[in-house]
Write a protein that binds this ligand. Structure first.
Ligand SMILES: Cc1cc2nc3c(=O)[nH]c(=O)nc-3n(C[C@H](O)[C@H](O)[C@H](O)COP(=O)(O)OP(=O)(O)OC[C@H]3O[C@@H](n4cnc5c(N)ncnc54)[C@H](O)[C@@H]3O)c2cc1C
Length: 467
């Protein structure tokens, strides 16, 4: 039996941050990992998917600049793209991340952890207890939609779609969310003939024009985007071909099928029943990430189902790591909104980039969401292609921006940009939303000429300056 102040279950990016922040406050910390230190983001999600997309974006961007276009004389070299992707996952080895744990003085316990009672866990028959807290940072799992035949057809999940070592001749993507849209774009750019089917439009939950512009661009890339349809049956034949029947009566035959329709909580085999919680459920937490009804169990990252994004999980981890230490050491806890020990931004200012082409970069509330919350908002939109910086960035640049303003408080509560290279423009919007910068003051934040950030000026002009 080994004791630590804090035991973290799950060494994904989020778990590593909880461990690090608590340890920096003086706690002894152990982290338990059943697979690879670094978790989903490093090996089967953010990093490999963005690596698969980047080369296609670079070529497409060059082709949109006269003079550079003439220098692009061939197609993407898929083998090199896949090799570059492999390098970003360190060939699915976690040595460098283990080295980091060692250097940070965080003990690594390899194996599958189960909670056996308050502050007590078991890994491979060994019991470990925590003096302060146990943090569950086990993430989420790819979940398969309930389509007859799909499970037997050996579909790709997001793991297979981010780690495949060859380009399939053709691919059917089921699901038009962020992962489905990104992976459809990536594999199409690598030469696969891609069909994407989505129950509704693409990128639900975002401003409606985001999904519309991305769908238009995907079609231009050669992806067969079909919205308003559902698969009703999937069969893989003896030659390996997959036939998917859709509810509009059509069928699609492809080499592979990717189900990208959602995630479920990674809590089924975690021993939650030993402490009165339900296996398989997402864990409900307060703003310090403390599981409701406990004073020792924390749940951080995907597993609490607040926001399924690495950067937001890491933000929660910084707050929770500090909160765990403060509670253990009896130092003041700052749980007021925007205090050091709470993840307030989860409710008001989540930034997200969808790395399709065009990219979608958004933060805060959409207009619809703001109205649903009862805010008195006014929204303005502007064509990004009309900005001098955008015209220089790409010939025929087209894109769109929207700013949602809370009229009662005079502050921006949401921003969405859609267009090439908008990802790097997002942080200014995040600062404006988190800082609740008055719109009057934003007029004094002068965007450099000729950059695409001049969109801010045009949005403000469209909104109108108070008399
Ligand atoms: C295709 C795809 C692309 C994505 N792209 C982005 C992106 O660009 N940007 C972004 O911000 N987010 C992205 N995400 C989301 C992001 O991957 C997750 O939000 C993030 O990985 C969550 O981190 P986590 O640490 O909570 O969980 P995970 O990364 O899943 O880590 C959990 C860890 O816990 C371990 N574990 C689980 N149970 C146990 C147990 N009982 N005992 C021991 N260990 C256990 C697992 O092995 C795993 O290593 C993407 C997701 C997908 C699927």
């Amino acid at each position: 039996m080994t004791d630590y102040d804090l035991i973290v279950i799950g060494a994904g990016a989020v778990g590593e941050n909880v461990a690090d922040y608590a340890h920096k406050r003086g706690l002894s910390v152990a982290i338990v990992e059943a697979e690879l230190v670094g978790g989903e983001c490093s090996y089967w999600a953010c990093m490999p998917s963005k690596a698969l997309l980047r080369s296609g974006h670079a070529v497409a961007a060059a082709k949109r600049v006269d003079g550079a276009e003439q220098a692009v004389t061939g197609d993407l070299d898929a083998a090199h793209v896949l090799a570059r992707r492999n390098s970003f996952t360190s060939d699915w080895k976690d040595d460098s991340q283990v080295e980091w744990l060692d250097s940070a003085d965080i003990a690594l316990i390899r194996g599958h952890a189960r909670i056996t009672g308050p502050k007590t866990i078991e890994v491979e028959g060994e019991t470990h207890t925590a003096r302060a807290a146990v943090a569950v940072v086990t993430g989420s799992l790819h979940s398969l939609p309930d389509v007859p035949g799909l499970a037997d057809a050996k579909p790709w999940g997001t793991r297979e779609a981010t780690s495949a070592q060859h380009v399939p001749e053709s691919l059917l993507v089921i699901g038009g969310g962020v992962s489905g849209s990104e992976l459809a774009t990536a594999w199409a750019s690598l030469g696969a003939k891609v069909t994407l089917v989505a129950r509704h439009g693409l990128l639900g939950g975002m401003e409606p024009f985001a999904g519309e512009l991305v769908a238009d661009a995907m079609r231009e890339l050669g992806i067969d985007v079909r919205t308003g349809v559902n698969p009703t049956r999937v069969d893989r034949d003896e030659h390996g071909l997959v036939t998917t029947t859709l509810d509009d009566g059509t069928t699609v035959v492809t080499s592979e099928v990717l189900a990208a329709t959602g995630r479920s909580a990674h809590t089924a085999d975690l021993g939650l029943e030993a402490v009165g919680l339900t296996p398989g459920d997402w864990l409900d937490v307060d703003d310090t990430m403390l599981v409701q009804g406990t004073d020792w169990l924390y749940a951080i990252g995907d597993v609490n189902h607040r926001v399924l994004l690495t950067h937001q999980g890491k933000y929660q981890a910084r707050a929770a790591g500090e909160a765990i230490a403060a509670r253990f050491q009896g130092t003041p806890l700052h749980t007021e909104p925007w205090g050091a020990h709470v993840a307030t931004a989860d409710h008001a200012a989540v930034p997200q980039v969808t790395f399709t082409d065009p990219e979608v970069a958004s933060v805060g509330l959409t207009e619809a969401k703001a109205r649903e919350q009862g805010l008195n908002v006014r929204a303005v939109e502007y064509e990004l292609g009309s900005i001098a910086g955008a015209a220089l960035q790409a010939d025929g640049y087209s894109g769109r921006a929207k700013m949602v303003v809370d009229e009662d408080r005079g502050v921006v509560v949401g921003v969405t940009f859609v267009g090439q290279d908008v990802a790097e423009m997002l942080h200014a919007a995040t600062v404006a939303v988190v800082g609740e910068v008055p719109v009057d003051r934003l007029w004094h934040a002068v965007p450099a000429y000729p950059t695409m950030n001049e969109i801010w000026l045009r949005l403000l002009e469209t909104y109108g300056r108070p008399e």
